[in-house]
Design a protein around this ligand. Structure first.
Ligand SMILES: O=C(O)CCC(=O)C(=O)O
Length: 252
């Protein structure tokens, strides 16, 4: 795994994210993709399909059902990175691979992540971090993540914008997300801070705050846009509810 730049923590705290090219080697990416292809061939809990096309949208919690992904989720460099950012011992709260299939992978509306972990899982503080590994070339056509830089500083107060009393976990990971950011809030944030699209190549690393406003569009390209996301939480901040399956709400 590649070396992390010295000032990444300042950048993370300042902008709400940082990225690094070629964190994984080509061989490491190929190995992940190989195991992912095998994993997708069998039915597993936590698999979610796109509503329109029926294509697989994402796999959740592959580390619970597959030894390769279990080992990956325990990779010492990755866990150490999460612990350095959070400044305390962590556990894996969520592990998903968003598959965003060629021509059919659907959007993720504007949202921030922490509201889900707070409302659904009873996680008290935003002491979590998302670590993303790119598995494919990601360009403007394939529905890259789009961030509003600096938005992690103001979103805590806007967090709950859903009109749902109860919703099943499937909606929390669908193209019609349970908790979406209010368009007025998004407009104000964009006029202040602009947007930054997160394009990249297989093996690139992206780390972002659970309070950062983000979205992504449909994949209109002839290539898949697969992205692996590991979310770590501080052990001191463990969930107090068990509403959702373990593949969405891990435990220390
Ligand atoms: O895969 C994407 O483009 C977006 C993922 C995302 O926003 C999320 O998992 O919260």
């Amino acid at each position: 795994m590649g070396n992390i730049k010295a000032d990444y923590k300042e950048e993370y705290n300042y902008k709400g994210y940082f990225s690094l090219q070629s964190y994984l080697s080509k061989e490491q990416v190929a190995q992940i993709v190989y195991h992912l292809d095998l994993y997708e061939k069998e039915p597993h809990e936590g698999m979610v399909r796109e509503v329109k096309s029926g294509e697989l949208r994402a796999v959740h919690g592959p580390h619970l059902y597959d030894s390769f992904f279990k080992e990956l989720s325990q990779n010492r460099d990755i866990v150490a990175l999460a612990e350095e950012i959070l400044g305390e011992p962590c556990y894996l709260h969520q592990f998903k691979i968003n598959l965003k299939r060629r021509f059919s992978g659907e959007q993720w509306p504007w949202h921030e992540d922490f509201v889900y972990w707070h409302e659904k899982d009873g996680v008290k503080a935003p002491k979590l971090v998302n670590i993303v590994l790119f598995l494919d070339n990601t360009d403007m056509l394939s529905g890259p993540l789009c961030f509003i830089p600096f938005s992690h500083n103001s979103l805590w107060s806007y967090a709950s914008s859903a009109n749902v009393e109860e919703s099943d976990w499937m909606r929390d990971v669908s193209a019609d997300l349970t908790y979406q950011l209010d368009t007025e809030v998004v407009s104000k944030l964009i006029s202040k801070h602009g947007t930054e699209f997160q394009m990249g190549s297989p093996g690139d690393l992206l780390v972002f705050s659970p309070l950062l406003a983000h979205c992504s569009g449909n994949n209109m390209s002839p290539h898949h846009r697969r992205m692996l996301i590991l979310t770590f939480n501080a052990i001191s901040n463990a969930p107090s509810k068990q509403n959702r399956p373990e593949f969405l709400c891990g435990r220390p």
